[in-house]
Design a protein around this ligand. Structure first.
Ligand code: AMP
Length: 190
């Protein structure tokens, strides 16, 4: 990737509140690749009051995941856009086994190989404290706990899926933001 003129294809995995979004933003700026955050895209749809937004608003507010079929459409539409043709960082996708399978199919068809799957690790109590402190609408403690539960049930199994492919780069996210950034830039060889 870096050095041979090719841009990186990355996935960022980690529980809600792990700092994944913040770190993704930094890495995308540093590497010149688009940050593809399904959460941001869905929030934008809700804010715009689009058909998609109306479908997903209450699901998002409950802490549950929107359906794999809906999210597949969102991601397929995004990945064909011009800025994603040379590299991208997926932030918050895939989040379930079927989503990971769908993504593998999309990548295979496009002849794209993932470079790294970054996993940012943070202990659960720290995550809940961070989310409550942030005080967003969907960050009520009950919803926060539900989002953690969903992460463990549906998303955490993807760690083994990508570990089997030799792609997991595990980063300790329970330390100052700059230290996390430094560790992960090193882990992805950037
Ligand atoms: P996030 O900002 O990534 O935590 O996403 C916020 C919410 O959007 C999640 O709690 C889900 O309801 C929904 N969402 C985002 N990405 C996905 C995804 N890949 N699959 C299903 N639901 C998603």
């Amino acid at each position: 990737m870096a050095g041979d003129g090719k841009k990186a294809h990355l996935i960022f995995l980690g529980p809600p509140g792990s700092g994944k979004g913040t770190q993704s933003e930094f890495v995308c700026k540093a590497l010149g690749i688009p940050q593809i955050s399904t959460g941001d895209m869905l929030r934008a749809a809700v804010a715009a009051g689009s058909e998609l937004g109306q479908k997903v608003e209450s699901i998002m507010n409950s802490g549950a995941l929107v359906s794999d079929e809906l999210i597949a459409e969102v991601v397929k539409d995004r990945l064909v856009q011009a800025d994603a043709q040379e590299g991208f960082l997926l932030d918050g996708y895939p989040r379930t086994g079927p989503q990971a399978e769908t993504l593998s199919g999309i990548l295979e068809e496009s002849g794209i190989e993932l470079d790294h799957v970054v996993l940012i690790d943070v202990p659960e109590e720290e995550l809940v404290a961070r989310a409550v402190a942030r005080g967003r609408d969907d960050d009520k403690e009950e919803v926060v706990r539900e989002r953690q539960r969903v992460y463990h049930e549906k998303t955490a199994p993807l760690i083994d899926y990508y570990r089997a492919q030799g792609l997991i780069r595990e980063i300790d996210g329970n330390r100052p933001i700059e230290d996390v950034t430094a560790a992960l830039m090193e882990a992805i060889g950037a």
